[in-house]
Design a protein around this ligand. Structure first.
Ligand SMILES: Nc1nc2c(c(=O)[nH]1)N[C@H]1C(S)=C(S)[C@@H](COP(=O)(O)O)O[C@H]1N2
Ligand SMILES: [Mo]
Length: 386
């Protein structure tokens, strides 16, 4: 081929797919986007609450609030509830905007390139957060990393890229936020029945997902809880169990000579019978799992602060709690001063009037107000005054 003919060759004209539907527009993207933004905002804030209650920086550990008793229950119920709703909202939002994947030319300017990159980051991090959260509540971990730190870190990426996206899109969001076209009192002509139908359908889908799952935490609706992995009153003694005694390797043999050992200025140990002879306190407190299920129960046992006082602990002391469980992330737990001194924080021996069942932590477990379920340590064997 000569140089001449080569010069005459032109690039084939690329015809990007065309999308004529009326609902792939900025107005629909805004209408769906603000609900998605609200769901993400609640999910992010409640996620931070959950994270810092579980992993407080050392300066805050003693001051974490132990009230209201239902605080973590509400917060985590909202976290999982808004996360599930956001799955539906995100799918519809992505459907609304996906034609923009095919814009031609794909890169118009540096600015355009950066905008596309930020949207890619936003979509990837949002999909990752919702997907990993969903699998986590189903207790399925088909990945090689540990869920909590990665879910936490990517949440910041998602939050940052959402803020960036809102900043970049502010003019469009402004123009399409209200019902009226800017500058007129008319509804925009394209605001026909289609968009209203989409929004009603979206609302209905979010409603169905919410109503069939929220009963895992909001017990008045527990009879509608069809899709959540846990049902609030299915389990031994009418309470769900995340890790059974067998799964934790806690056997009858290990319990035969069980004693509660307390280390502090005045160390001591007590048998189960001796613990039952101390003053018993009864409290109605929820187990609120990070996975979103929660349920109130009636717990009875010895106040943590009485046990600490008996060991000569100073009033500001924190406590380290160790389980009989041989391994696992929840074997050792630390409890700051506010929880340790709270009159409702118990070393529980009974549940709903009966001795704890093995799966609920027999012979003794921790139950404290406003505390993530993962820190309500079961099969307690050792308390150490810190
Ligand atoms: N030692 C120990 N304690 C534990 C766990 C565990 O795996 N090991 N699981 C925790 C979790 S994740 C929750 S939600 C609660 C559940 O308590 P339940 O099984 O009595 O309902 O126990 C917590 N206590
Ligand atoms: Mo949990």
């Amino acid at each position: 081929m000569s140089a001449r003919t080569r010069r005459r060759l032109t690039l084939p004209t690329v015809r990007p797919p065309s999308f004529s539907g009326a609902l792939h527009d900025a107005r629909t993207a805004t209408a769906v986007g603000r609900w998605l933004g609200a769901a993400f905002a609640v999910c992010f804030v409640t996620g931070l609450i959950s994270h810092y209650l579980q992993h407080p920086p050392s300066w805050a550990a003693d001051a974490l609030p132990s009230r209201p008793v239902w605080g973590y229950r509400l917060s985590q119920g909202l976290h999982v509830g808004t996360g599930l709703a956001a799955i539906v909202l995100l799918l519809v939002k992505l459907w609304t905007v996906y034609p923009r994947l095919f814009v031609w030319p794909p890169l118009r300017s540096v600015r355009h390139g950066l905008e596309r990159l930020s949207v890619a980051l936003l979509v990837a991090s949002a999909v990752f957060e919702l997907f990993s959260g969903l699998l986590n509540i189903a207790e399925w971990y088909p990945w090689p990393f540990s869920f909590v730190p990665v879910h936490f870190a990517v949440a910041w990426v998602a939050a940052g890229s959402i803020l960036l996206h809102i900043a970049v899109k502010t003019p469009e969001i402004r123009a399409h936020w209200g019902r009226r076209s800017p500058g007129t009192l008319e509804l925009p002509p394209q605001d026909g029945p289609d968009r209203r139908a989409l929004m009603i359908g979206l609302g209905a889908a979010v409603g169905v997902v919410t109503l069939t799952t929220v009963g895992q935490a909001f017990t008045p609706l527990k009879s509608l809880d069809l899709l959540a992995p846990r049902h609030p009153d299915r389990g031994p003694q009418g309470l769900p169990v995340n890790r059974t005694a067998v799964a934790a390797g806690v056997s009858a043999v290990m319990l035969r000579d069980w004693r509660l050992e307390v280390r502090g200025p005045v160390p001591y140990s007590l048998t189960h019978a001796q613990l039952l002879m101390l003053q018993q306190t009864f409290a109605s407190l929820p187990i609120a799992c990070v996975e979103g299920w929660s349920v109130d129960a009636q717990w009875g046992g010895v106040r943590m602060r009485d046990l600490l006082d008996r060991a000569g602990a100073p009033p500001g002391a924190a406590v380290r709690v160790t389980s009989l469980e041989q391994s696992g992330a929840y074997r050792v737990m630390e409890m700051g001063r506010a929880y340790a001194r709270d009159p409702l924080t118990l070393l529980a021996l009974t549940l709903n009037g009966e001795a704890l069942s093995p799966d609920h932590g027999f012979p003794a477990r921790i139950i404290a107000p406003n505390r993530p379920g993962v820190l309500q340590t079961k099969w307690v064997t050792l308390l150490e005054v810190l």
